[in-house]
Design a protein around this ligand. Structure first.
Ligand SMILES: [Zn+2]
Ligand SMILES: [Zn+2]
Length: 374
């Protein structure tokens, strides 16, 4: 018999969300994995801008279809760890393996899941009580990774290369989102021109993945010089500071006067869609990957008369995470410039402040639930 578990405690430290903005470190029971599930000891969990929204505003986190406040809910969705127990029927993974965890596990039975579009599962949030359909989104509809352990479906696991540190392995899912964005644009980006608008973690990873897949040139726009410098370290051929020159003009100049093939919009800025449709050539394709917070007035005439395609993505679908992990294992992309800070789990409030206020140039801030606090 293979080993199916190591010693696992009955309780763990976990942060839970009370009222908006109010996090408390509590003892929570460690759940046991069911069929097709494993228990993951969380070794690292990165903070994402969406976590800050969940903690302060609630949505897009909707456990049981309700706002996440005062429900004993644990946020955190970009985590990795070590398999420590296997549920019934699991032979895909072994105890002791290091894994990164995709956020979404679809129900597996709806039309979208059957098409492989599990991040668009039609049973989103249906994971509680008598009528559970098994959908999970860690840190959104089910408990997430700001805790010492988490139960996960085997479909969401991706093996982590030994060469990758825990901190960098949390970026596998982010790289998977970047890969999924390039997938929806058609995926054949070698030799094609690509603009990435917005140098947050996803934008920086789109630069790296696009470059690894052969896109040329890769142009990054943002309004922060330090982030543009990081983008150059990630492989951007050109960077444009949009606070100093009109980004559309700069992109056209850098691409020989023509529009580009693809734009991946990662800024969420109010006029980002109108700028993106002017950056692509006729017939160009645009992927919207940022959560924008204000409705935008969009130049539909320009889009239609120029046959421009617009796509929105949610998360990290179509097994893109596995392919992104492979690129990282092959050292085709180096995500190390994106990780900037690490804290133990009990210093999560400080870690969140570093992330929110970008203290000391913070980009990706990681908490380590197994690390002793200093
Ligand atoms: Zn995220
Ligand atoms: Zn589904």
């Amino acid at each position: 018999m293979p080993e199916t578990k190591t010693a696992v405690p009955d309780t763990m430290m976990a942060w839970v969300l009370g009222n908006p903005g109010q996090l408390t470190l509590v003892d929570k029971p460690v759940l046991r994995p069911g069929p097709a599930e494993v228990l993951v000891r969380v070794d690292a969990c990165a903070i994402c801008a969406t976590d800050l929204e969940v903690i302060h505003q609630g949505p897009p986190a909707l456990p049981g279809g309700e706002p996440p406040f005062n429900r004993n809910f644990t946020p955190g969705h970009e985590y990795m760890g070590t398999v420590v127990a296997l549920g019934p029927t699991v032979d895909e993974y072994a105890v002791g393996e290091r894994v990164a965890v995709e956020i979404h596990a679809g129900c597996g039975r709806c039309e979208r899941c059957r098409q492989g579009m599990y991040t668009s599962c039609l049973n989103y949030g249906q994971n509680e009580g008598e009528y559970s359909k098994g959908h999970r989104a860690n840190g959104f509809t089910t408990d997430g990774g700001f805790a010492q352990y988490a139960v996960n479906h085997v479909n969401t696991l991706v093996r982590v290369a030994d060469s990758l540190s825990d901190e960098l392995a949390t970026l596998i899912v982010t790289a998977g989102t970047a890969m999924y964005g390039l997938d929806v644009l058609g995926g054949l980006v070698a030799g094609q021109s690509l603009v990435v608008t917005g140098a947050g973690p996803i934008g920086l990873l789109v630069v790296a993945v696009g470059k690894a897949l052969g896109a040329s040139p890769v142009i990054l726009t943002d309004i922060r010089d330090d982030r543009l410098e990081t983008g150059q370290r990630m492989g951007a051929d050109h960077v444009v500071n949009a606070s100093r020159e009109p980004a559309v003009d700069a992109v056209r100049r850098l691409n020989g006067g023509r529009g580009v093939h693809y734009v991946v919009e990662c800024s969420g800025a109010p006029d980002a869609v109108n700028e993106a449709v002017k950056m692509v050539s006729r017939g160009g394709r645009i992927c919207l990957a940022a959560f924008a917070h204000t409705p935008a007035l969009v130049d539909v005439e320009h889009i239609v008369t120029n046959n421009i395609y617009l796509f929105g993505i949610r998360g990290e679908g179509r097994s893109a995470v596995r392919r992104a992990a492979s690129l990282m294992a092959q050292r085709k992309i180096d995500v190390s410039p994106v990780h900037t800070h690490t804290f133990p789990l009990d210093e999560l409030p400080t870690a969140l402040r570093y992330s929110r206020e970008r203290i000391e140039g913070a980009i990706k801030v990681v908490v380590k639930p197994q690390m002793a606090s200093g």
